[in-house]
Design a protein around this ligand. Structure first.
Ligand code: HGY
Ligand code: MN
Ligand code: MN
Length: 404
């Protein structure tokens, strides 16, 4: 009897556990993430799917028993990489549920009239190279390959070098029209990152939209000096400014209802206990359903940060790293999915997904599975075994409806 969804997840539960931060850390091209990709490839091969990893590092595993031309395919899947100290379900639940859905379709003796592919996209979190949904952005051309290949991780490795070490050919990276032309519809299942389903006492939801979101790198420049020999009046301490910026981020967000603004990464350089930093790098994540509000929030943060910097004899620069507008999923596909999963509420999400990038090119839908804690990007993220199975059954129902 093929494994249950929870049984499959249990097989990878120890891969990438982070003993220092807690939770799981599976950055793209790390040994943990590569171990998950190999496990996924093996699971696909066991299911007699035709497996291929393309030039962008996207895994495609084809189920095409009728030997149909690879066009108008139904594609489902998600990602395997995680944020630092993240949860066990963000990404892998969508990949494992896709495998389980193939098992269920076979048990139901579904004869697909369209090819099906399970897909796994690399670097969805952007935790290593800074740009979220890197794999799907490369595939769609949303991010030019030459810009992507020069991206560096915190240790200074370029994407090109890291991809090469993972066995990819950086020269093959970039927009892949042939791959896009094969996709007729994309359906991604994902753990809910919020309490919508808990509060509605429902196990599975259909997504309506992804709110717009962007990332900006801010750098506060000051003057590095000795912590013991520099009087306060002589200091140009960028950490003092950066600390004010963090509070500015919160207050500007509070002035614009519905805004989510976060500073999750904050790095004084050089970062010594007895050293006044010369600069501080910090990263800003701002999200709002209205793209114009996101822009206004970032502009106001930049203005107030500049004033705070001037007060300390410092300067601040702000650089947009990525920006994704609000995405409304394909209404016809959304309604078809809703009809296939009776009673499923329709929920928006504040989290980005590869589905949000693909939605510009192919009809795309998402399913969310109940997360009793509502928490994500944290070890507290959770899905009960029964709900995990309900999610796979719902995904199989949706895929079955699209494939026949
Ligand atoms: O940041 C996000 O919303 C997603 O988890 N990458
Ligand atoms: Mn995710
Ligand atoms: Mn995530």
């Amino acid at each position: 009897m093929p494994e249950t969804t929870a049984g499959l997840l249990a097989q990878i539960a120890d891969t990438g556990r982070d003993a220092v931060r807690g939770g799981w850390s599976r950055p793209v091209f790390s040994s943990a993430e590569r171990e998950l990709l190999e496990w996924s490839q093996e699971q696909c091969t066991r299911r007699e799917l035709d497996v291929d990893v393309d030039g962008n590092g996207v895994l495609w595993a084809w189920w095409n028993p009728a030997g149909l031309p690879l066009v108008d395919a139904v594609v489902t899947g998600s990602h395997l990489d995680s944020v630092p100290g993240g949860g066990a379900f963000d990404g892998p639940l969508g990949v494992v549920s896709a495998l389980r859905a193939v098992d269920l379709l076979r048990q139901r003796q579904v004869a697909p009239t369209r090819p099906l592919a399970v897909a796994v996209f690399p670097e969805e979190e952007g935790s290593r190279f800074g740009i979220a949904c890197l794999g799907s952005r490369l595939l769609t051309g949303a991010l030019p390959a030459d810009r992507a290949l020069g991206l560096r991780d915190p240790d200074g490795n370029t994407l090109a070098d890291a991809a090469r070490r993972a066995g990819l050919d950086p020269h093959r990276m970039g927009r892949d029209d042939a791959a896009l032309a094969r996709i007729g519809a994309f359906v991604e299942l994902h753990v809910e990152q919020g309490r919508g389903l808990v509060d509605l006492a429902a196990p599975v939801a259909v997504a309506s939209s992804i709110i717009g979101h962007g990332r900006w790198r801010m750098t506060v420049h000051g003057r590095g000096d000795h912590a013991g020999t520099t009087l306060l009046a002589d200091r140009r301490d960028p950490v003092v400014v950066a600390a004010q910026v963090v509070l500015v981020v919160r207050s500007v967000a509070a002035e614009h209802p519905g805004t989510r603004a976060t500073v999750g990464r904050f790095q004084p350089v050089p970062g010594g206990t007895n050293v006044i930093a010369s600069r501080v790098d910090l990263w800003l994540d701002v999200r709002h359903p209205e793209d114009a509000v996101t822009a206004a929030v970032v502009e106001e943060i930049g203005r107030r940060a500049g004033a705070a910097a001037a007060g300390e004899g410092c300067t601040v620069e702000i650089h947009e790293e990525s920006l994704s507008p609000t995405v409304d999923f394909d209404p016809a596909l959304r309604d078809r999915v809703r009809a296939t999963v009776p009673g499923a509420p329709v929920l928006a999400t504040g989290a980005g997904h590869d589905a949000g990038i693909l939605a510009e090119h192919v009809p795309t839908a998402m399913l969310f599975v109940r997360n009793p804690t509502g928490v994500s990007h944290s070890p507290e993220e959770h899905v009960e075994d029964d709900d995990a199975e309900r999610g796979s059954v719902a995904l199989a129902d949706v895929l079955g409806a699209l494939l026949t």
